[in-house]
Write a protein that binds this ligand. Structure first.
Ligand code: FAD
Length: 397
């Protein structure tokens, strides 16, 4: 059954289906063969982003006059989904670049900064990252933030540490949050676009992960890093609104990463259950195995329908407006996506038997990948807190 023509994709336009099919074909041919080495050696292939740029798969939702494809937000989600099917590590790095960094730069930077950085981010020659999390500031990213930025003439001077930053070792620019008015707490945070060649910026360590190992995750240190004042995104002390306004989109994109990975997990599990014979017949002939496949399918299709529904809703919500219903539904989507992906990859490993437990099998790689999707973009608990407090009308402490 071709994954790209699932019935619940019915809301997609002809163009959307074309995009999904084109990126799927490219990713199958070009990105899938890279995944084993990326996982084994924690290797990042430097040509990947320029190749995605060449194909028009970067800057999907960026206006054409800035070098983007000028397509809609749903298209960005579909590109993420198709890449993640065939190479989840590239899918995560892509989402960090394309959505967490680039989308927020386009929505909030001044014209000169956009003209300088955005075309390169759309052709893949400039790699972006988002630096929000810190050693002492994870779920409480805003309240616990210690990184500071102090105005000095035409510049701000940044000091601090960021942790678990996707693309950290390969980034040319990092959208970095820092406290400009520490006494004001979360209301004193500013967003900066930091050029990683600036003196004082360094990668303190590359982190070794259980999954998504080709995606480069790092700890970043800022020691008296000078950032020109025109590289402030939005207004000084108003960084919180950039974080909050970007979050709904980020959560939807991350859910499409999970959707693509879950599709692939089902596909390899079906193939295995058809091929592997025990007791003289394919294991899929056993109702206990076909029932698992059926459950995986049901879980996947429910996720796909919800994902598309929320993606269209978020697309219709103008960038920069925080709508409570959209925030609730995007948190619900990413919560469902992480849980569904983990359930599907767990069943997939079970279907693969001993092979599922072996490091280099694809289902094992997908299984190791899945856990991040219950942690990144706000943990499951944070997502539950948002949904619960919005439904109850009681603010979480
Ligand atoms: C592979 C990877 C890539 C990442 N990429 C990026 C990136 O590109 N940029 C970036 O800025 N960050 C990134 N992150 C960071 C990620 O967003 C954080 O790990 C996440 O927000 C959780 O923060 P923490 O790890 O500090 O956990 P903590 O906040 O310390 O949480 C630990 C546990 O306590 C729970 N908990 C905390 N507070 C509460 C509460 N109030 N109620 C109930 N439970 C609670 C959490 O849910 C969790 O189970 C990445 C992380 C990983 C692993």
């Amino acid at each position: 059954m071709p994954l790209t023509s699932a019935p619940s994709s019915r809301g997609l336009s002809h163009d959307h289906r074309e995009i999904l099919a084109t990126v799927d074909a490219f990713s199958r041919q070009v990105l899938h063969p890279l995944q084993q080495r990326m996982d084994d050696e924690e290797w990042w292939p430097p040509e990947v982003f320029p190749r995605l740029g060449e194909q028009g798969f970067m800057g999907v939702n960026v206006p054409m006059d800035l070098g983007g494809a000028g397509a809609d937000f749903v298209s960005e989600c579909l590109v993420t989904q198709a890449i993640s099917r065939w190479n989840p590590a590239v899918g995560l790095s892509y989402a960090a670049h394309e959505n967490l960094c680039l989308d927020n730069v386009v929505a909030n930077a001044g014209d000169a900064v956009k003209a300088r950085w955005v075309p390169g981010m759309c052709d893949g020659s400039v790699v972006g990252a988002l630096g929000l999390t810190e050693p002492g500031a994870g779920s409480d990213a805003l309240g616990g933030m210690r990184t500071t930025a102090v105005r000095d003439g035409d510049d701000f001077v940044l000091n601090g540490t960021k942790l678990y930053i996707t693309n950290g070792t390969i980034a040319d620019v990092v959208l970095t949050y820092a406290k400009t008015t520490p006494a004001a707490g979360p209301r004193g945070i500013t967003a900066f676009l930091v050029d990683t060649t600036a003196p004082g910026f360094r990668v303190a360590q590359k982190l070794t992960k259980m999954g998504l190992r080709g995606s480069q995750t790092a700890e970043l240190v800022y020691e008296d890093v000078r950032v020109p004042a025109d590289h402030v995104l939005g207004d000084v002390d108003r960084g919180v609104s950039i974080v909050m306004n970007g979050l709904d989109r980020e959560r939807v994109v991350i859910a499409f990463n999970a959707l693509g990975i879950a599709e692939r997990a089902l596909e390899v599990s079906i193939a295995f259950a058809q091929d592997r014979e025990q007791f003289g017949k394919p294991i899929g002939a056993n109702q206990l195995i076909s029932g698992q496949i059926a459950d995986m399918y049901v879980e996947l299709e429910a996720l796909r329908s919800f994902a598309l529904d929320v993606a269209f809703e978020v697309q219709e919500t103008p960038h920069g407006t925080a709508v409570q219903q959209t925030a609730t539904r995007s948190a619900a989507l990413v919560l469902l996506a992480g849980r569904t992906l983990n359930a599907i990859t767990d069943r997939g490993v079970q279907i693969h038997g001993g092979g599922g437990y072996i490091w280099e099998t694809e289902i094992n790689r997908l299984y190791r990948t899945a856990k991040l999707y219950e942690i990144g973009a706000g943990t499951n608990e944070v997502r539950q807190t948002i949904i619960g407090s919005n439904l109850l009308g009681i603010k979480a402490r």
